[in-house]
Design a protein around this ligand. Structure first.
Ligand code: ADP
Length: 360
């Protein structure tokens, strides 16, 4: 290459660098808001990295992390997340788009979320499919995803089961039972709770994080994680004889998330099942699932994922990857968290006049 061609190339590159700097300085017409919990730090940091102004709606008693880490341009303090509707008008006036996450769905509940007038990222109607176990079963079965057996009556328990209480509660209170008698003994401590009895699947728990873009119609794998649960992850530190003499019982209270990569040969399988889940969602609840979602399950020794839950929004298992995961690095070559991927999708939609495609 001649010196003059090289010089010309440098000039063009410098011009483009200036344009992208100017683009960064131009204010985006929307702000990104979420409630301060779950994956808010990641969502707000990612939005800022994409050039958005950010708002954190926070319970007064939980505000400290959002002041300690400079991810929110504005913090709106409320007494309780249940007061979210009282500040909705303020968010609309700020031109905000709300990003839902696990705590958002848990505190507001699907029916209240559906009534929100503030812009909302993602298909609200799909939230019904994640919160209703029967609908979830219909969706995953249609996508040919293996699921654990559900026992509709305690009398039918004929193998180890895990008993789960309703609502996303981070595994708190879940217990194991080996028989109908053991079930009744343990459920006595939870007289008023609604529960589901699921077959206990032996294998390794894996959470698969996906993103489906309604704009490019592409599915991406953003990463994998496993959870750090008390006391399930510490029982191996106690000898079997001590477990029996101390009458140790397993619990699954989530404390944190641990990053994970899978065998590369498993990627085609994980991509295929993710695509099937998106495809079926489009048939069941148009326009279907878009944005981040997660398949949560156990990989058994035959390398099949038995899915016990699907989350149709960002999950906290993506939090270890605020600076990007090995998989997002392969695709983007820059730090790309799930939060930032959401903000990028919104930015692309705004730039292409397709904002309606990412809201719902
Ligand atoms: P939550 O939705 O309340 O966070 P999960 O349904 O994800 O709870 O379950 C919590 C934990 O319980 C999982 O991380 C996993 O270790 C374990 N678990 C859940 N379902 C099963 C199952 N069917 N078989 C074996 N382990 C399970």
């Amino acid at each position: 290459m001649s010196i003059s061609t090289l010089k010309r190339k440098f000039e063009i590159a410098a011009k483009f660098a200036k344009i992208s700097q100017i683009q960064k300085m131009l204010k985006l017409p929307k702000k990104i808001a979420t409630i301060g919990s779950h994956s808010a730090l990641q969502i707000l940091k990612g939005a800022k990295d994409e050039g958005f102004e950010t708002i954190c709606v926070c319970e007064r008693k939980r505000v400290k992390p959002y002041k300690m880490f400079p991810v929110a341009d504005k913090i709106i303090e409320i007494d309780s997340f249940r007061d979210f509707l009282k500040i909705e008008k303020q968010l609309i006036a700020e031109n905000a788009i709300v990003i839902p996450h696990g705590s958002f769905v848990e505190y507001l509940k699907t029916d209240k979320i559906k009534k929100l007038k503030v812009d909302h990222f993602g298909n609200k109607n799909i939230l019904d499919w994640e919160s209703d176990r029967r609908k979830q079963e219909k969706w995953l079965t249609a996508a040919k995803i293996k699921m654990p057996l559900i026992f509709d009556s305690p009398e039918k328990i004929d193998r180890p089961v895990i008993v789960k209480f309703h609502g996303a509660r981070g595994g708190r209170g879940y217990f194991l039972a080996n028989s109908t008698a053991e079930f009744y003994k343990r459920i006595a401590a939870h007289p008023d709770e609604k529960f589901t009895i699921q077959e206990y699947v032996v294998g390794v728990p894996i959470y698969v994080h996906y993103f489906y873009s309604r704009i490019t119609r592409e599915l991406e794998i953003l990463g994998f994680d496993k959870r750090y649960e008390s006391n399930a992850d510490s029982i191996g530190r106690v000898a079997a004889t001590d477990q029996i003499t101390t009458n140790l019982q397993t619990s699954y209270t989530i404390v944190g998330n641990i990053p994970l990569v899978v065998r590369e040969s498993l990627l085609p399988y994980f991509i295929k099942i993710g695509e099937r889940v998106v495809e079926q969602s489009q048939k069941l609840e148009a326009p279907g699932l878009f944005g981040p979602f997660c398949l949560e399950g156990i990989v058994t020794s035959d390398l099949i994922l038995t899915v016990f839950e699907i989350s149709a929004r960002i999950v906290a298992g993506t939090n270890p990857y605020i600076a990007g995961s090995p998989y997002t690095f392969l695709k983007y070559n820059e730090p790309m968290s799930t939060g930032r991927r959401i903000a990028r999708e919104i930015k692309i939609a705004i730039e292409n006049n397709q904002l309606d495609k990412v809201l719902g």
